[in-house]
Ligand binder design. Structure first.
Ligand SMILES: *[C@@H]1O[C@H](CO)[C@@H](O)[C@H](O)[C@H]1NC(C)=O
Ligand SMILES: *[C@@H]1O[C@H](CO)[C@@H](O)[C@H](O)[C@H]1NC(C)=O
Ligand SMILES: *[C@@H]1O[C@H](CO)[C@@H](O)[C@H](O)[C@H]1NC(C)=O
Length: 633
């Protein structure tokens, strides 16, 4: 990584390189002998974001490789066999099956082989296939854990491996007519020989091409002198699938075989985003805290000085509401449940980031990210229960059992309902992305069987410790609240304060959304972790500042406002998600649109809970500090 900025950045860069160079401990290399079968597994077909920067993603629906309408060759005898997968891998849409490709280490080098002849592809199925080609669907294969990739050149002229390869071609001469189907695959398997006689697969490249003409003839695999295969949507078609395996020796050792897949396409943009946002944000944080600390300490010394001189003077500013700030807000139950859930999510994210930075979550371990998140979310039920019960007790709540019950069940139920409804749409669209029933059951079991009891234990510990001590007492009769300035109205404050955390994160957000929705691999976890820290810090600072402002305006109902102000960036996230839709997606089908909106709303909800909790807890801490520093007579 080129970096000549400063020593501090170099240290950071080094740590990022470490995180990229690490691979899952325990993923032992597989040694093949000459002639050993090298199985090829097929994964679901996914819509692909093609290279050019103006390309748009056209669908969000995955299809099983062995969906009968595709007419891909099936293994004989016995048909396709589903491969075992991790929970996260299933949730993220992997559906891995075996395949009839007959690949043996270092054998049949460059010889043309026929996979099968599908002579009965109906006109309707041909239309289905052509539509999928027009939507830029890609095939995803796995050989020895490595995904098949296409070799592409980026804007700087460097080679990189782009995951997946095209189902067909609808570019160039096929732009406005019937597209061509790729029915021939040139597979280049790069191997490395650590010791004589042992071979390891270190790279999988596929060049798909279309070979038309009579499909019944003996195949020649001559990709240069053949017409493309265009499926007719009026009559029954035949498709002959052929492939050619070329073994190419490589000096890439096993340990770095993922590097060409994981090359950060342009690290400069991540660096730019990070440096840019850190500068803005650190500058703002320092400025804000200086203003806050200076004016607060001035206030405090004035308040205390007045008390000492026993001058008869009116109190002003935030001191006026000292008998009100710890008054129980409306809906203390919901507020505490939300902060409990937010704290749980926050802890989960933090641990996941640490795992990712240590390199445990490299894409070589499929679905590990989602699995780790699910497991830690369930385990951190105790943190959720603890925070929720303590906040609830501090807010003066008494229905402790109801609080535990709601903390443990509401969020999982909401998420589950949304995912279940989206699943129905996926099933309706014939997609393979729908979460299977068994997996659903496992998740429900994990959430209610593991998260629930842990939440109860956490709540028990929390209620043993009881409420947080408040430095000032609450008056019997509530004060009048004078009308405040307009920018301190709850929604205006939320939108205003959300700009800063959002502004710090939006470049990185683009990559996160691309990887979530356009199945791009995401691996810049170092950048992501730093961005997340910056967002957390900014959210806390800005919320404290706004809470101070509203207390100065003698508005003492700060609890819900702090939550809303902290979660303000969620509204910007929603807006950015819609902008992303407009600029990078062009979804034709209703189900794709509903899926996108559904996942976006889920993301926004979780983001709101996390940042809202950070804002609320930070403000709670600040308000306690603030009021314990003045003398009240
Ligand atoms: C082709 O499909 C039709 C109906 O889909 C079936 O009746 C016919 O037997 C099939 N022909 C072959 C050769 O498989
Ligand atoms: C396979 O064939 C290609 C060219 O067709 C050649 O470059 C390569 O060295 C061959 N590999 C082996 C293992 O013979
Ligand atoms: C084999 O690898 C070399 C470089 O390592 C490359 O130049 C050559 O084109 C590759 N051969 C094939 C058939 O891809």
């Amino acid at each position: 990584m080129k970096c000549s900025r400063s020593a501090g950045l170099l240290v950071l860069a080094a740590s990022f390189n470490i995180s990229l160079a690490f691979y899952l401990p325990g993923a032992a290399p597989h040694n093949f002998k000459q002639g050993d079968p090298v199985p090829l597994f097929v994964n679901a077909l996914t819509p692909m974001l093609t290279g050019s920067s103006t390309a748009k993603l056209k669908s969000l629906i995955n299809y099983d490789y062995y969906n009968p309408r595709f007419h891909f060759c099936e293994p004989t005898p016995g048909g396709p066999v589903k491969q075992p997968e991790s929970l996260g891998s299933i949730l993220f849409g992997d559906r891995i099956f075996n395949s009839p490709y007959d690949i043996k280490m270092l054998e049949h080098n460059s010889s043309c082989q026929t996979l099968c002849l599908q002579s009965n592809v109906s006109a309707e199925d041909a239309k289905f296939i052509n539509d999928r080609i027009r939507d830029d669907y890609a095939l995803n294969w796995l050989i020895d854990g490595l995904p098949a990739a296409e070799l592409k050149i980026d804007s700087r002229g460097d080679y990189f491996y782009d995951l997946g390869f095209n189902l067909g071609n609808d570019e160039g001469p096929f732009k406005d007519t019937t597209p061509a189907l790729n029915n021939h695959y040139d597979i280049v398997l790069q191997y490395h020989s650590p010791t004589p006689g042992n071979y390891r697969v270190v790279g999988v490249l596929v060049w798909p091409s279309s070979i038309g003409g009579s499909q019944q003839d003996t195949p020649t695999c001559d990709t240069d002198n053949s017409h493309p295969l265009v499926l007719s949507e009026q009559q029954t078609n035949s498709i002959r699938y052929t492939y050619r395996v070329t073994w190419n020796e490589s000096d890439t050792p096993w340990a770095t075989r993922w590097d060409s897949y994981l090359k950060v396409l342009d690290p400069r943009i991540h660096w730019f985003s990070l440096i840019n946002s850190s500068f803005i944000v650190i500058f703002l944080c320092v400025m804000v805290s200086m203003i806050l600390i200076r004016s607060v300490s001035r206030d405090i010394s004035r308040y205390n000085a007045i008390d000492l001189s026993e001058d008869v003077q009116e109190d002003w500013g935030w001191k006026l509401v000292h008998a009100e700030v710890f008054r129980t807000p409306s809906y203390p139950m919901i507020l505490s449940v939300m902060s409990g859930n937010g704290a749980q999510l926050c802890a989960m994210l933090a641990v996941t980031m640490v795992f990712a930075l240590l390199g445990f979550l490299s894409p070589s371990n499929r679905g590990s990210l989602a699995t780790v998140m699910m497991v830690f979310w369930s385990l951190f039920g105790c943190i959720g229960g603890y925070i929720s019960s303590r906040v609830y007790a501090s807010l003066g709540g008494t229905e402790r059992r109801k609080n535990v019950f709601m903390t443990a069940t509401i969020l999982p139920t909401v998420i589950f309902t949304i995912v279940f409804l989206l699943n129905l749409f996926l099933l309706g669209a014939g997609s393979s992305g729908a979460v299977p029933f068994g997996t659903m059951l496992l998740i429900v079991l994990m959430w209610f069987g593991l998260n629930g009891p842990l939440c109860a234990i956490g709540a028990y510990i929390g209620s043993k410790q009881g409420s947080v001590a408040h430095p000032v007492r609450v008056h019997q009769i509530p004060r009048q609240i004078p009308p405040g300035p307009r920018y301190l109205q709850p929604w205006a404050a939320a939108l205003l304060s959300g700009i800063l955390p959002f502004g710090a994160a939006f470049v990185e957000l683009y990559f996160v959304l691309s990887s979530l929705f356009a199945s791009r691999a995401y691996y810049a976890f170092g950048f992501l972790a730093l961005t997340a820290c910056i967002v957390g810090l900014t959210t806390a600072t800005v919320t404290i500042l706004f809470t101070y402002f509203i207390l100065c305006a003698e508005e003492y109902r700060w609890h819900w406002r702090a939550f809303l102000t902290g979660g303000g960036s969620a509204f910007w996230l929603l807006a950015y998600g819609l902008f992303f839709w407009a600029s990078r997606l062009s979804l034709h089908s209703l189900s794709s649109a509903i899926l996108y909106l559904g996942y976006l709303l889920l993301l926004v909800l979780l983001h709101f809970l996390i940042t809202g909790t950070i804002g609320f807890l930070a403000s709670y801490w600040a308000v306690r500090r603030l009021y314990s520093s003045i003398r009240i007579d």
